[in-house]
Design a protein around this ligand. Structure first.
Ligand SMILES: [Zn+2]
Ligand SMILES: [Zn+2]
Ligand SMILES: [Zn+2]
Length: 337
């Protein structure tokens, strides 16, 4: 089936009752924009690929212009807005769903009271599946329409636009909430005897050379999320995702931002940079990955315990240092008086 048909079918599917008020990428309309651009392209002052190739351009007909005067305004501005809407909607919905899970949470209770929660849990799983499908199909729509843009214009602007989206954290499939959702499915699968459909999409390998979570997408493509902390070079513990998407242990991120032990990550200075990509201001909207942490706790029990003990020891040590410093400061202050 062609993607466009698949997408149209999807838009008319019954997931809509879960997704009211969530917007989608306007694939059809964007395609219309490209179509009308193609038809007016032959005018004299247009920057067309044909012209470029006629000039014997070495770049195999690549458009040398930065932009297309006919459709960029409509095309990229709208696409950016749509991607941002989809990402926003996904974030809000997943956060809500997982908050509910954590609230009724604590796996022990779920196990114990499973029968009471059964229907509720099924509903959550269904919503989770709908959300994964929502983000995936919209991400594919964006990829396809940008490819189409480049094909029509003979340019690489579409591809470049993807890096722009990445820079604005709108790369939909890199959302930390997608990792959280994957961990949520695997956590539920762990607490459920029967395999829940949809969780098979995700797998988790802790014993590999580097720990990864894998998610298979609609078109048999796979996405891999590296769960290594770039600071301690171990599997993340009590992880946070900064808004650039990079994952760190809480303590590692805190030391990278030179923060006090009792400060939450969100209180980091706006100048504090991500240790990997050096982007500033990525702490304020960091995401505490509770589901991922629960997954690691359940699947890598020994490791998790080890790290927890180490974390506690580190906190005590830092706290002592802080107290010593305060005492010295107080004494010094008194002496001055
Ligand atoms: Zn155009
Ligand atoms: Zn770390
Ligand atoms: Zn980063």
């Amino acid at each position: 089936m062609k993607f466009e048909e698949m997408f149209t079918e999807y838009l008319h599917g019954d997931q809509e009752r879960f997704l009211d008020k969530c917007s989608h990428v306007e694939y059809k309309r964007l395609k219309e924009v490209l179509k009308s651009c193609r038809s007016c392209k032959h005018s004299e002052n247009s920057c067309s690929s044909e012209q470029e190739s006629a000039n014997g351009n070495e770049a195999k007909g690549l458009c040398q212009c930065e932009s297309c005067p006919f459709c960029d305004q409509k095309f990229f501005t709208e696409l950016m807005k749509e991607a941002s809407d989809v990402a926003g909607c996904f974030r809000i919905r997943v956060r809500h769903l997982l908050h509910l899970h954590m609230a009724t949470g604590m796996q022990k209770y779920i196990k114990f009271l499973r029968h009471c929660f059964r229907d509720d849990q099924q509903l959550k799983l269904q919503e989770g599946r709908v959300l994964i499908q929502y983000i995936t199909i919209n991400a594919i729509a964006i990829r396809k329409i940008l490819k189409k843009y480049d094909k029509v214009h003979g340019s690489t602007n579409g591809e470049n636009f993807r890096s722009k989206m990445r820079a604005k954290h709108l790369e939909l499939l890199q959302s930390p909430w997608l990792i959280e959702l994957g961990a949520f499915f695997m956590n539920i699968r762990g607490s459920n005897a029967e395999r829940s459909q949809g969780s098979n999409q995700y797998s988790f390998d802790f014993d590999a050379a580097r720990p990864v979570m894998t998610m298979s997408l609609l078109e048999s493509a796979e996405l891999e999320y590296d769960l290594t902390c770039a600071i301690c070079l171990d599997t993340v513990f009590n992880p946070y995702a900064l808004s650039c998407g990079h994952l760190f242990c809480k303590l590692c991120a805190r030391s990278a931002a030179s923060m006090m032990i009792f400060q939450g990550l969100k209180a980091a200075s706006p100048n504090a940079k991500c240790p990997v990509c050096r982007e500033a201001g990525v702490y304020a909207n960091s995401v505490h990955m509770l589901e991922l942490n629960l997954l690691l706790k359940n699947r890598c029990k020994e490791y998790w315990k080890e790290r927890m003990i180490a974390e506690r020891a580190e906190i005590v040590k830092q706290y002592k240092e802080y107290c010593d410093f305060q005492t010295k400061y107080a004494i010094g202050h008194q002496l001055l008086l």
